[in-house]
Design a protein around this ligand. Structure first.
Ligand code: TRP
Length: 448
């Protein structure tokens, strides 16, 4: 029986853009991007990142959109639609697994963000020494119960939104939150650019220093591209299954990628001028937004308000992203096991909370929760972002390039637009040859 008749999709093109940008823009843009740029020599990384977007990001986003809108089903079933061979149906399962792993640590970080928002509101991010901020973060992430309660809160809220469905859950929340996110970002960026260190910060962000570029830089750029665009695990496939026929897929892909990249760069424009104005080191790793920024905020005029704005922004971005992750797994459980949406969302949420408890405890309270010198939190991140997403991306590009009939690929590409046939040929060529080979090379290269 086809379930596609009773699937409710996004109501308008604006809804499509806001919801899809909602999944893409998240911790990846504001928390991960700046520190990865910082570790990889600023502008040189940006150039490599732009190439990744053009040659990997854009074609794979389009491929996911194509599979999703054609198949009109959850990610697992979608990849069974165009081929009976069991290997291809596994793409969707890989996605479900990646979804669990990402949520397992993402929920922990969203929990920290809520605490920082609270600390900012009560004025606790003011008037301390740098050591005190290092201590504050260590105490929060190392605590036993409190971060777990935050995770339960985050996942409870996400579960509630997802159980409301695509239109009154995802679309409604994105329509309200995304414009707020853009306003907060522009306000903060305007302020950052007025600081004394603005020039130095922008120089660091944009000046290409190739002496820091190594093989690792390419892997980081590719991993960041997949993570930031929510690629390689069926997230965009699931969202595109809610797109109507009148959506122009290439245009939507370009819009979503441009906004996602713009937001990441604006996050850099907010963070680096501030960091340089107050003399802290830009390459601080994941602690950048929790350890470094409080030092910066407290020295700024109106720092408390800026801190509140910043952590609110981070929370909004993260919430709309974790919604999409929960949606991938929920849509699968809902359609596969004939369970109601609400029950499916609850079951998945409970499993995620259990995983997140391990991830959270491994950050300090129980350091013995580790393997090969990495704690569970880092293992979840490493397996999902560095292994499963590129693998998934490679599988999806091979699937779209070689398995799906070229006519179907073209029909979805050319619907509602007049793009030239040559553009399509370039796209199909990249999917067939360039994307899989590049991913494979970078992937193997990084392990050597
Ligand atoms: N793209 C989001 C971010 O930048 C995270 C995310 C949401 C994601 N859904 C995803 C990452 C699916 C990979 C796959 O924070």
């Amino acid at each position: 029986m086809s379930k596609s008749e009773n699937r409710k999709g996004f109501t308008s093109k604006l809804g499509v853009i806001l919801a899809t940008v909602g999944t893409a823009v998240g911790l990846g843009n504001i928390w991960r991007f700046p520190y990865i740029v910082g570790e990889n020599g600023g502008g040189a990384f940006l150039i490599i990142y732009f190439f990744c977007l053009l040659f990997l990001g854009l074609p794979v986003v389009l491929a996911e959109f194509t599979v999703g809108r054609r198949a009109q089903s959850n990610a697992v079933d979608a990849y069974k639609k165009f081929s009976n061979h069991p290997i291809w149906s596994r793409i969707g399962y890989l996605g479900v697994l990646a979804g669990f792993l990402i949520m397992g640590y993402y929920a922990v970080v969203v929990g920290w963000t809520i605490d920082y928002l609270y600390e900012a509101i009560v004025g606790n991010l003011q008037g301390h020494t740098p050591e005190a901020y290092t201590q504050l973060f260590a105490e929060l992430s190392g605590d036993t119960i409190y971060p777990i309660l935050l995770v339960i809160g985050v996942m409870g809220l996400t579960c509630y939104i997802i159980s409301q469905g695509v239109q009154s859950g995802i679309e409604k929340v994105s329509r309200f939150l995304m414009p707020m996110l853009f306003l907060l970002m522009l306000g903060l960026a305007g302020y950052a650019l007025s600081l004394d260190g603005a020039y130095e910060g922008l120089h660091f962000l944009f000046y290409p220093d190739f002496s820091d570029v190594t093989a690792r830089t390419f892997l980081d750029a590719m991993g960041q591209c997949f993570f930031s665009l929510s690629l390689g695990m069926g997230c965009l496939t699931t969202y595109a299954s809610y797109f109507k026929k009148d959506v122009n897929l290439p245009k939507t892909a370009v819009q979503v990628i441009s906004i996602d990249t713009l937001v990441a760069i604006i996050a850099g424009v907010i963070i680096f001028p501030a960091v340089f104005s107050f003399g802290v080191e830009p390459t601080q790793g994941p602690g950048l937004v929790y350890v470094v920024l409080p030092n910066v905020f407290q020295k700024m005029l109106g720092g408390q308000i800026l801190a509140i704005m910043f952590y609110a922004l981070l929370f909004i971005a993260a919430l709309t992203s974790i919604m999409s992750l929960l949606e991938v797994v929920t849509a699968y459980v809902h359609e596969k096991f004939n369970l109601s949406r609400t029950k499916s969302a609850i079951v998945v949420t409970i499993l995620v909370i259990i995983m997140a408890i391990f991830a959270s405890l491994s950050c300090g309270a129980m350091p013995e929760l580790s393997l090969f010198g990495k704690n569970i939190f880092d293992i979840f991140d490493f397996i999902s972002a560095t292994i499963l997403l590129p693998l998934g991306g490679m599988a999806i590009s091979i699937y779209a390039g070689w398995i799906i009939d070229n006519k179907i690929l073209y029909a979805e590409f050319a619907k509602n637009n007049k793009y030239s046939l040559n553009l399509f040929k370039a796209y199909a060529f990249i999917l067939k040859y360039i994307a899989p080979v590049c991913i494979l090379i970078v992937f193997i290269g990084s392990f050597i």
